[in-house]
Design a protein. Structure first.
Length: 276
């Protein structure tokens, strides 16, 4: 697996002692070769991974040793030698990073977890450890959008109506990212400390740049973080600059393909992501 199959989201967080990465390809970590690839691309030691057995629950815990852990969908640690991990397909990867201390976590938030309170339980866990939610920055990573997440009558009543769009004929679309953002704020996390990465708006579909082996959104996020989005050339890249750059580039490329795609990057627009 090459580096282009990964995104390094570390610049989104103020705490330079911690690293946050996201793989755009499936990766098994059982074999020696897979672990070597993981280490070479991310610079992280795979033997230090915490690997939860995910069950779409609200179970979250502080973990103090590497290895596999059963029946968890959220793992937190204060050990700088450990690496939290989750696996997602359509579900949300949600990163928690303390602004100054080595305290971090990662949760797998599917619709069942969100409906049943995994974000509230994560907030409570951090507070039980003596922390304030104001001390943390949170990233809602790439996941399924409302264009593609559809439920029927037998499920829709479990969701807050504010995040439901009725398609008719007993079909409904749910905006899980907005639902997660709302729940995070209700659980005490400050909106200015939350960043949301979304490849498209509303009911739009996201596209890919096959020749670059990336989705449009990911490709231009990486280009922007590399310096192309530094609009005023001050050697500092803010969330506002990155969001504007990605939105313009993705919209232009999608138009060439005869469709509409307008990405969203929500967060504190003045926050500096990268300095050169």
């Amino acid at each position: 697996m090459s580096a282009q199959h990964w995104s390094d989201y570390s610049p989104i967080f103020r705490n330079e002692r911690l690293k946050a990465v996201f793989s755009h390809s499936s990766l098994l970590l059982d074999g020696k070769e897979d672990q070597q690839q993981f280490a070479s691309v991310t610079g992280l030691n795979p033997s230090r991974l915490i690997i939860p057995q995910q069950i779409h629950s609200t179970n979250v815990s502080v973990i103090r040793a590497a290895g596999r852990v059963n029946n968890l969908d959220g793992v937190f640690s204060a050990n700088p030698d450990l690496i939290c991990s989750v696996q997602v397909a359509d579900c949300l990867p949600i990163y928690f990073v303390h602004k100054s201390e080595v305290v971090f976590g990662l949760i797998h938030a599917g619709w069942r977890g969100l409906v049943n309170g995994i974000l509230w339980k994560s907030s409570k866990l951090l507070m039980d450890q003596g922390h304030s939610t104001n001390e943390f920055e949170v990233l809602i990573g790439p996941s399924i959008k409302s264009c593609c997440f559809e439920v029927s009558d037998d499920v829709v009543n479990q969701f807050n109506p504010a995040f439901v769009k009725n398609k008719g004929k007993g079909k409904y679309r749910i905006d899980l990212q907005e639902m997660a953002l709302n729940q995070l704020m209700s659980s005490g996390f400050q909106k200015d400390n939350i960043t949301v990465l979304s490849a498209a708006s509303g009911g739009q579909f996201s596209g890919a740049l096959k020749e670059k082996e990336h989705g449009l959104f990911t490709y231009y996020v990486l280009k922007g973080l590399g310096g192309d989005a530094d609009d005023n050339q001050d050697k500092k890249l803010t969330i506002g600059e990155l969001g504007k750059y990605v939105q313009v580039k993705v919209k232009e490329q999608a138009a060439i393909e005869g469709r509409e795609q307008i990405p969203e990057l929500q967060g504190d627009t003045e926050k500096v992501l990268v300095q050169w």
